[in-house]
Design a protein around this ligand. Sequence first.
Ligand SMILES: Nc1ncnc2c1ncn2[C@@H]1O[C@H](COP(=O)(O)OP(=O)(O)OP(=O)(O)O)[C@@H](O)[C@H]1O
Ligand SMILES: [Mg+2]
Length: 259
Amino acid sequence: MLAGMRTSDQSPAISVRGLEKAYKELRVLRGVDLDVARGSIFALLGSNGAGKTTLVRILSTLLRADAGTVRVDGYDVASQGAHVRASISLTGQFAAVDDILTGRENLVLVARLRHLKNPGAIADGLLARFALTEAGARRAATYSGGMRRRLDIAMSLIGDPSVIFLDEPTSGLDPEARIEVWAAVKELAAGGTTVLLTTQHLEEAEHLADRIAILHEGRIVVDGTLDELKRLLPPAQVEYVEKQPTLEDVFLAVVKDAA
Ligand SMILES: Nc1ncnc2c1ncn2[C@@H]1O[C@H](COP(=O)(O)OP(=O)(O)OP(=O)(O)O)[C@@H](O)[C@H]1O
Ligand SMILES: [Mg+2]
């Protein structure tokens, strides 16, 4: 394939086929297949150590796969890494915010690093969008957990990436802060950004995701909309009241069946 060649805009934002990755003899990913449609929110679920962060690191070119193909925004991660990096942003499991700087300074710094014009205007726009205008002049060290995550997501939006990876965006947040971050994520997708997030919070996937996949023992064992996943289990009859299975019921049943 020619350098710089890219598949059409109708193709999925993320396409993964036969992906494998081992750390020495530990085979973490054993043939992962998934597609993420443009402008959608895709939630990747899995127990601790299932390989979610490993998968996200491969999709964002930080780690090389052993086998399989991965295309992000139409570009091949192995042979067109620079193009992929220009299309994406990654917010890791641990925030990249610098505590010594104010919220605004953090944003200006990233805009400068990306060689953008008017870093101050970009910072002010993002502060407003994430309800951080008041806090913008304060050191990030003084922010609550929810404010830090919002700032972290705002930082990852600089340069208008078309695909954004959020690795456990709400881990360690209280319910209120989590709802603030959910609103920010929904806003991203509404603006046309493709979001792939990993989470341990099944309620988060239920609330946010257009599609949900469960990674278990190295493979995607289930992939579908919330309704499709719920249809995997029959509704339970309890004292003549029909109870729909929750995503948690589906998750636990699928993980147990696949074991
Ligand atoms: N650099 C590494 N070297 C060796 N083993 C690793 C390395 N990184 C991850 N692993 C192992 O690979 C497995 C998958 O790890 P990974 O971090 O991808 O899981 P995860 O699904 O993100 O888990 P969590 O929910 O705890 O964040 C784990 O068993 C982990 O110990
Ligand atoms: Mg992880």
